[in-house]
Design a protein around this ligand. Structure first.
Ligand SMILES: [Zn+2]
Length: 413
């Protein structure tokens, strides 16, 4: 029995027609369009011998009961950023649906182990700034007190938006009961970056999600008149920040997959006629290896102190946010590579820079793997996000193979 890749692609187009406008996908979590996407998805489950419910955090669970209660979970997210692409998240949900339907047909509605499909609630965090909402509640890493007061751009509270969708913020931790019998988790996602395209490969096996160190770095110098202050007498905070902005390149490129970004730089007083007295930068550093990440952080700090000294300035650091790297399960990564090689010939192992729900599932101690399919031009979170249909037609059967291999792996373990 073959998974219906073309049918899955038609469903993705149907969902796009239903939930996108001329600016792209509008399935913002906790919005009417998102609820419409979920109702549409539920309507597709009708003819299957499944149980469906929403858990306490709003995650959507579809269960095909097997002879064993041990469960293989397949999933991703239907929510999108505003003006998003047609594949981010929903590819994984629809591919999981195609695989579940194929397994149901193959085993006459009763596979040897239980197969579950999850559509995580609010992966993107685009509206309230809280990414991985549903999967963190599932994993028990949620943060109710921090999240309760969050508001969207229209000053609506997260708590209220949840309540309108039938979710009580105080109960979201109850979603943890869905971890029962979970034996493995698999997710297919678009790469959202340019690596596979540059290598000419359709598919890659994901090693894990990179850890992140995100800091505010502020240089203090001396505001002074731009006309009267000789070059040698200046304490220019921007000059020190600019040196750091260039230095993070060698700090990152000493490691194969590391990235460092200064994404924001503010100068004060920020006028044409004054030397910059204060410069506020943000530094975001990522790598899959915690040792590398710690080394890059240390090097950036040391170099910032040196540059501050060279420019007659001082520097202070404060942490904005950090998360440890989350490596996926080595045996499942191996199965993922096998499935890719058998479907597409060649595979590539790569870390994920973006975070994914799979990281939360893995943090909960459930063996996890992810498969990436090439993104054209490496673009995502944009209406021009795309993947060739030829690659989608490889990705879905490859994911199906990975599911079959993982079912065998669960039965053997
Ligand atoms: Zn996504």
């Amino acid at each position: 029995m073959q998974v219906e890749a073309k049918g899955a692609i038609s469903l993705l187009k149907e969902l796009r027609a239903l939930t996108a406008d001329e600016n792209g996908a509008q399935r913002l979590a906790w919005s009417p369009t998102w609820l419409k996407a979920r109702a549409w998805f539920q309507s597709k489950l009708n003819e299957l011998p499944i149980e469906h419910h929403y858990d306490a955090a709003g995650n959507s669970w579809t269960t095909l009961a097997g002879e064993s209660e041990r469960a293989l979970i397949l999933g991703s997210h239907l929510d999108s950023v505003p003006n998003g692409g047609w594949l981010d998240g929903c590819l994984g949900v629809i591919a999981a649906f195609a695989v579940l339907r194929c397994i149901s047909g193959q085993y006459n509605g009763k596979p040897p182990i239980t197969i579950r499909l999850v559509d995580w609630a609010d992966e993107e965090g685009a509206r309230f700034g809280r990414s991985l909402f549903g999967s963190s509640a599932f994993a028990g890493t949620h943060s109710i007190e921090q999240d309760r007061g969050r508001t969207d751009s229209g000053s609506k509270r997260l708590e209220e938006a949840l309540a309108e969708c039938g979710v009580s913020i105080d109960s979201i931790g109850d979603a943890g009961c869905e971890r029962k019998n979970a034996a493995a988790y698999l997710e297919l996602h678009i790469e959202q970056g340019p690596v596979l395209e540059a290598m000419g490969l359709p598919l890659g096996a994901v090693l894990g999600t990179k850890g992140v160190e995100r800091h505010a770095v502020t240089f203090h110098g001396q505001e002074a008149h731009s006309g009267s202050t000789p070059m040698k007498a200046r304490r220019d905070a921007l000059a020190a920040a600019a040196k750091l902005a260039l230095e993070i390149r060698p700090i990152a490129t000493r490691h194969p997959d590391a990235v460092c970004t200064i994404g924001s730089l503010k100068t004060f007083p920020g006028i044409a006629t004054a030397v910059v007295g204060r410069c506020e930068a943000t530094l975001d550093q990522r790598d899959l290896d915690a040792v590398v990440l710690a080394a890059m952080y240390r090097e950036a700090r040391e170099m910032s102190a040196q540059f501050a000294k060279e420019e007659g300035c001082t520097v202070e650091w404060s942490r904005i946010w950090n998360i440890a790297p989350v490596p996926f399960h080595p045996e499942l990564i191996e199965l993922c590579e096998e499935a890719i090689r058998e479907t597409a010939g060649r595979s590539h192992r790569m870390p994920s820079g973006p975070l994914h729900d799979a990281a939360e599932v893995s943090r909960a101690g459930i063996p996890t793997a992810m498969m990436f399919v090439q993104s054209l031009k490496g673009i995502s979170h944009n209406r021009i996000e795309d993947t060739s249909e030829g690659d989608l037609e490889l990705a879905i059967p490859a994911f199906d193979r990975l599911a079959a291999k993982t079912m065998d792996w669960i039965r053997a373990s």
